[in-house]
Structure formats: C-alpha cells, structure tokens
Design a protein around this ligand. Sequence first.
Ligand SMILES: [Zn+2]
Length: 157
Amino acid sequence: MGTCEVCGESGDLVNTKVEGTTLKLCDDCQDLGEVVKRPTANTPSTPTPRPARKTRSSRDEPDDELVEDYSTRVKQAREQHGKSPKDLAEQIKEKDSVIHRVETGKLSPDRKLARKLESALGISLYEDVSEATGYEQDARSAGGQTLGDVAEVRDRS
Ligand SMILES: [Zn+2]
C-alpha cells in the first residue's frame, strides 16, 4: 500500500522503471514504464554453454577413417583368399551375415571388426587422414611457466 508517485492515488503499487528510475506506480500508471519483476529467490541455473570445440570428439581417436570402398576391399580380398563369407566369418568369429552386410556396404565395420577383417585378409580398412584434416598441436607449447617454478614455493612457517 502507498501512494502512486505519478498520480497520487493510493492503492497497490508496483515498482515500475520509468526512464531509468524505479517508481512506485498504481495500476493505471504502470503503462508509463516497464514493470520491474520481483526477483525470484531461486533462479533456475542456466546450463553453461560449452565452448564449441569441433575437433574435440575426434581427438580421442587416431586420425584414421574408414575407407569409402571398404565393401569392395573386403569382398575382393576374401575372394583372393579363396574364402567363402562363412569361412571368413568363422575365422574372425562373426556371423556370416555380418560379412555379407559389410561386403554389400550395409554395415560399416567399427574399428574392432575392421581390425579383424584387416588381419584376416591382409587389407587396410582404416586409413590415416590426419594430413588431410590437420589438427591443432600448439596446446602443449603454450604457456611459459614450468612445473619447477611452482615446486620451489614452500611454506617455511
Ligand atoms: Zn498512478
């Protein structure tokens, strides 16, 4: 309760920001400015936006990628070895449907499967692409302070 600072009416007043000054105004005068919202006790914590580091996810993996013609490579190598899909499947302890799907390009072998195919057939399915993409390597060389500088500080009290 109080008196409106614009028209002098008494009643329920609302903090209203008018040209940078907060005034207590009645319902009729609120339109003159912008109503100041009551501060909420518990503001929902906004999720901290992560800095976009598009190279981050790929840094965990070696810089090689599945070759595009993996299906052809597997099929040709298998035939050169005179193996049936079933033979190959048994050799690497996979189902022959897996071999079939890889050879038809319906299944991209993950690294584990690719390694088995590579060693069984003597082929290469993941190839180094690091020179094509390039990656940051200056993180390690940045900063001048060495660990030795910090280690010298001792509490002598
Ligand atoms: Zn008023």
